[in-house]
Design a protein around this ligand. Structure first.
Ligand code: FAD
Ligand code: THG
Length: 806
């Protein structure tokens, strides 16, 4: 029997899901909406439908591209093109960066001058703009029509759509959904319930004990009266004026204006009925006229013809914002069969619907969804305080120019390691990541600059953009690590204790490498999804017969592990990140620092590479792993939190004679790039097989069984590969996500980048066709410049492991 599916919400997401799920063969689908079909009163009902596909996230761009294609086929999309104009130098540069993303993700776009902007959109005042970014395939989605068309197709396959039917309760038994109860008392049985309830989703989630971190926010949208100068041209592109938080579309002779510049207005859901009384829809609040004044003033400057008209109708529409701007997708971990697909724009809706349908029906997606996963959030990030503040900030920043290394400004100091006070004393410049305070570099190391420069290390001057969130001190720290010894705070590295009689078998089945080795061994291994895509990369240290310590990448690993735990209690999983801390002590002189403190023999012979021991450093009980993401001799040294400060002080004092330094994330990143180590989520995702990512060495196909093995057995050889490229010019810098050309054609994109003190060049990883080989020349477009680079064999530094294994 086919699973019975109930979808809550018949907006653009719910109808898209019904179409995609029935297309994959599950046709017992019922879609319920509290409002009338298909102008339900949700956000979709009044969405002006602008679709700008370009996004810093490849995933989001892919979801948008699919939406454009699908709505085009459904005759619900007008490819009028998208035009984003720049009225400031910063924006003009930023449009070049956006142009880079467009090309990197396969979207046709071009940077055009002011004259061309006016040709495309004649109402523009050419004197106000530097130029624009024109994307011909962007355009207008007819959101309600698209919802209707998708519903029709789904209905032909057997799906039912029921309006005026509010879900008031989700029914469940033994941790599985069994159906829903509606306001009129009906019970509708279901095996799968998908909440596509838009900004009502957080409330619905709460009914089943799920935090859906979205905040409904009001956003101003106005329509002008007739603007005769428009002449009723239906083909004008959609327009963005991000410097003033504005966007535009035309409706015949009228212009629609959307505005994000007003103070953020989170919506009080408890007062929604009262606040929207008298409005046409429950997603429309009364227009806040005074707040719109700057929008009108700015608009009249950019489009002088507006002075002939005024606002004729307007409202504050409600839709969802999230802490990081991404949708919220996935299945409730404690309530099997309950899915959410929320905080989705019209722009990404069809792509999201297809991906979530694949996830539900087939167990995996083609497009990597980790950025949008329901379980991507750290525990503290699910606090109401954090959700509200960061979602409000996401509204404020929606059109801001965001530097790729720009970190959250608030809330800060949510998680600090036991070394925090020491780091501050050393002048750490803190970045935020996973809510942790992470030193990027230490001002105390400025005193090394001259000395390191004297050894021949170059410190190229950066352009203004790449010099942000950066310090040349990081180059000195990286160089120093390769010649002396450095302490890296590895506390934020997520780690789990996996224990119990079933622990070894559990890890063996879940990961690609052979982890069932002797206690004291460490293994680098991968998590794959059912399609054979890389879900994560881990280190697994066997500390005892039934006791493992796993080094992981974040909350999604915990989620994956939890979902796969055997039901018999034979494996216990514990996140030990917060209760412990870790210093990476690395560099050629690491052994001289640590050995005098340790009762055990730390020689290469006694304590080899990728081995683990439990011992003491002074009075501090430690677990030492002979692992180094920076590719140097040394150890990750773990202890429980209360010993952290003592451990730091001990190593610091012992390292004095060797001139030990504390080093930060920038140096760390540069060194791992030199060593060829990948960073999951940035360099590779579920869209890549281990072989494509250069991680085939971590897969033991001789193991009887592991998740993803079947898919790998039938996987064709990869047609794209992750490669290291070295920029030719010493001063050339890239930051990641730039398009890479071969013979003038864009063939790939960079993922991460950093300066190599060893080579005196910037290194980057790039996804390139497998035919592009080491030694080949490529070109990278960076803002307004083009840099040449060469594909290098990786790793660039220490390919024969001489530095690390001695
Ligand atoms: P909705 O369309 O809100 O659908 C959710 C449905 O769930 C509703 O119909 C609701 O009635 C139903 N529902 C909720 N709870 C229950 C329940 N308990 N039982 C039964 N049914 C329930 N996006 C773009 O991409 N481009 C744009 O140009 C754009 N402009 C916008 C302008 C404005 C003014 C606004 C407000 C939004 C705009 N958006 C735009 C965002 C976009 O409209 C939304 O993100 C999108 O429509 C959300 O679709 P949805 O299907 O998730 O939600
Ligand atoms: N330390 C620990 N766990 C981790 C990381 C870490 N887990 C998440 C993430 N980082 C995993 N990434 C890597 C990448 C490379 C290596 C370790 C962790 C590494 N690779 C050796 C190599 O490729 O030469 C593996 C050699 C081998 O398999 O023997 O060291 O930083 N604890």
């Amino acid at each position: 029997m086919q699973p019975r599916v109930v979808i809550i919400g018949a907006g653009i997401v719910g109808t898209g899901l019904a179409e995609e799920i029935t297309r994959l063969g599950w046709t017992d689908v019922t879609v319920l909406d509290r409002g009338p079909l298909f102008r339900t009163g949700g956000s979709t009902s009044h969405a002006p439908g602008l679709v700008f596909q370009t996004n810093p996230s490849k995933t989001m761009a892919d979801l948008a591209r699919y939406t454009v294609r699908k709505f085009g086929e459904l005759d619900a999309f007008d490819a009028v093109g998208g035009l984003e104009v720049a009225t400031t130098v910063e924006r003009w540069t930023d449009l070049h960066r956006r142009h880079g993303w467009a090309r990197a993700w396969g979207i046709d776009a071009r940077v055009v001058d002011a004259e061309e902007c006016v040709r495309l959109f004649p109402l523009l005042d050419p004197d106000r703009i530097f130029g624009g970014l024109h994307t011909p395939t962007d355009g207008l989605a007819h959101a309600v029509r698209a919802a209707e068309r998708q519903a029709e197709i789904a209905a032909e396959r057997g799906a039912r759509f029921i309006g005026y039917c509010e879900v008031v309760e989700v029914l469940s038994k033994d941790g599985r959904v069994t159906g829903v109860r509606t306001a009129d008392g009906q019970e509708i049985p279901a095996d799968v319930v998908v909440s596509a309830a838009g900004f009502w989703g957080a409330r619905l989630g709460r009914k089943v004990g799920l935090t859906v971190p979205l905040v409904p926010m009001a956003h101003q949208f106005a329509k002008t009266g007739a603007v005769p100068a428009l002449g009723g041209d239906e083909r004008l592109p959609i327009l963005r004026h991000q410097d003033a938080d504005l966007y535009y579309r035309t409706y015949g002779e009228r212009i629609g204006i959307g505005y994000y510049g007003h103070a953020p207005r989170p919506v009080d859901m408890d007062a929604l009925t009262r606040d929207t009384a008298g409005q046409p829809m429950p997603s429309m609040l009364p227009f806040t006229t005074a707040e719109f004044a700057p929008a009108w003033a700015e608009s009249s400057k950019l489009l002088p013809a507006l002075s002939d008209t005024e606002v004729s109708e307007a409202f504050d529409g409600i839709f969802s914002f999230t802490p990081d701007g991404f949708p919220i997708l996935g299945e409730h971990r404690e309530l099997a069969g309950f899915w959410v697909a929320e905080a989705v724009w019209v722009t990404h809706s069809a792509g999201v619907a297809r991906a979530v349908a694949q996830w539900i029906v087939q167990g995996g997606t083609e497009i990597d969804l980790h950025e949008a996963d329901l379980y991507r959030f750290e525990e503290a990030a699910l606090s109401p305080e954090f959700i509200e503040r960061t979602s409000v900030q996401a509204f404020v920043e929606v059109y801001d120019i965001i530097h790729p290394h720009q970190y959250r400004a608030a809330p800060r100091n949510v998680r600090t390691s036991p070394f925090h006070a020491r780091q501050r004393e050393l002048g750490a410049f803190f970045f935020e990541g996973g809510l942790w305070e992470r030193p990027g570099w230490y001002e105390a190391n400025a005193e090394l600059l001259d000395e390191v420069a004297a050894t021949g290390v170059e410190f190229p001057v950066r352009d203004d953009w790449s010099a942000r969130f950066y310090s040349p001190i990081s180059i000195a720290e990286a160089a120093w690590t390769r010649t002396h010894v450095a302490m890296y705070d590895m506390t934020p590295l997520t780690r789990y204790e996996v224990s119990g009689p079933g622990a070894a078998a559990f890890l063996q089945e879940l990961t690609t490498n052979d982890v069932d080795k002797k206690p004291g061994s460490v293994t680098y291994t991968l998590l794959l999804d059912a399609n054979g895509g890389v879900r994560s990369d881990l280190t697994v240290a066997r500390l005892g017969e039934r006791h493992f310590q796993v080094g992981a990448n974040g909350p999604l690993d915990f989620d994956w592990f939890t979902r796969h735990l055997p039901g018999d209690g034979s494996v216990v999983l514990r996140d030990i990140t917060g209760g412990t801390c870790c210093i990476g002590l690395w560099g050629p002189q690491a052994r001289e620092v640590a050995q005098p403190l340790c009762p055990d023999d730390l020689s290469h012979k006694a304590f080899g590479y990728f081995k683990a021991i439990r011992t003491y450093l002074g009075t501090v009980p430690v677990t030492m792993l002979r692992v180094s993401y920076v590719g140097e001799l040394g150890w990750e040294i773990y202890t429980s939190a209360e010993h952290g400060a003592a451990l730091w002080d001990l190593l610091w004092a012992a390292g004095r004679s060797r001139r030990v330094i504390a080093a930060g994330r920038l140096a760390f990143n540069s060194l791992r790039l030199e060593k060829g180590y990948r960073s999951w989520g940035t360099d590779m995702t579920t869209e890549h097989t281990p072989a494509a990512a250069g991680l085939g060495f971590a897969v033991r196909m001789s193991k009887p069984e592991f998740l993803g093995k079947k898919a790998l057995e039938s996987a064709p050889p990869p047609d794209t590969m992750l490669r290291t490229i070295v920029l030719d010019a010493a001063s050339a810098v890239v930051l990641g996500k730039e398009p890479v050309r071969v013979d003038g054609t864009v063939v790939g994109y960079t993922t991460s980048a950093g300066y190599s003190a060893t080579l005196g060049r910037t290194l980057a990883y790039a996804w390139l066709p497998a035919t592009v080989q080491p030694g080949d020349e490529v070109e990278i477009a960076y803002l307004t410049q083009t840099f040449t680079a060469r594909v290098h064999t990786d790793p660039v530094v220490d390919p024969d492991m001489a530095r690390i294994k001695r």
